[in-house]
Design a protein around this ligand. Structure first.
Ligand SMILES: O=C[C@H](O)[C@@H](O)CC(=O)C(=O)O
Ligand SMILES: [Zn+2]
Length: 277
């Protein structure tokens, strides 16, 4: 790694959660300052060994670094990566010399075995990586190809569109599942009714949130919830036993990404609203 030490977050058991105060919760689950001009910043979560990263090329060409913690020559020697352009500009992502152009909310799946990955363009990129045990083709997925699904209802302030890019019916992966959820104007709630998925961990990255607004993100076992308050471009780790849902003080968009036993988006346990505590 270059100028920034890798931020490592250890796995947490559900019975630890009630012991945490706000600072503890944030230190363990919330990732801030992932995006810095001219840098690639990474965070390694032991929840299914997901690595997340913020990339802001800002006129430079940045290379995906290989943290010492991976004990690998190349980042993708044993990993797959999903990259999404969360900014307005065009990105150029190069994989062993093959260039892919990504516009706003387009995704690139990067195969295990790729040696050199670089990022350029005047935009902001977010990446999520999971360990991979086989190679699947590097492929770009556009927003139209992401099979938009409309969910919720403006009357419940949860009207939103789910774009699924990497999953078992989209870009193929070993364990990564990744997409973007866009809230409709006037809707503030995501993922309510909430769910857990015992077979996968998940990380949310909230973006397109005005700087003076926040998302109240709910986490914890359904019957023992806690909250953390997140700003624009903050990420939050969700262990397999935790709900993950949020309500904004303004509209926002978020990237969700998971890894674990399977790549079936629908494999989750819905939690009735009335069961939450
Ligand atoms: O497991 C799936 C993820 O939590 C999200 O896709 C849920 C979501 O985007 C939503 O309901 O708004
Ligand atoms: Zn989920």
């Amino acid at each position: 790694m270059t100028d920034h030490d890798l931020d490592v977050r250890h796995a947490i058991a559900p019975d630890q959660l009630p012991l945490f105060d706000t600072t503890d919760l944030r230190d363990r689950f919330v990732v801030t300052d992932l995006f810095a001009d001219g840098e690639v910043r990474l965070c390694y979560s032991m929840a299914d060994r997901l690595v997340i990263g913020g990339v802001v090329p800002g006129g430079k060409t940045l290379e995906l670094p290989v943290p010492d913690e991976l004990r690998a020559e190349n980042f993708c020697d044993r990993r797959e990566v999903g990259v999404v352009n969360i900014g307005e500009g065009e990105a150029t992502v190069s994989c062993d010399g093959e260039e892919f152009k990504l516009t706003n909310q387009e995704v690139l799946y990067i195969s295990r075995g790729t040696r050199k990955v670089t990022f350029a363009g005047d935009t902001r990129l977010y990446l999520v990586s999971a360990p991979a045990h086989a190679e699947h083709p590097t492929v770009k997925v556009t927003k139209d190809e992401a099979a938009p699904v409309a969910l919720g209802d403006i009357k419940n302030s949860n009207e939103r569109t789910i774009y699924k890019y990497i999953h078992d019916e989209g870009a193929k992966s070993c364990q990564l599942v990744m997409g973007v959820t866009v809230l409709a104007e006037g809707s503030m709630w995501n993922t309510m009714p909430a769910h857990v998925h015992a077979r996968r961990s998940e990380i949310y990255l909230y973006f397109n949130l005005p700087e003076d607004h926040r998302v109240v993100h709910l986490m914890g076992e359904p019957e023992e919830t806690r909250h953390v308050i997140l700003a624009n471009e903050d990420a939050v780790i969700s262990p397999p036993w935790s709900i993950h849902a949020g309500m904004g003080t303004a509209a926002y968009t978020f990237v969700w990404a998971m890894a674990g036993e399977n790549t079936d988006y629908a494999d989750c346990e819905q939690q009735p609203i009335t069961s939450l505590r």
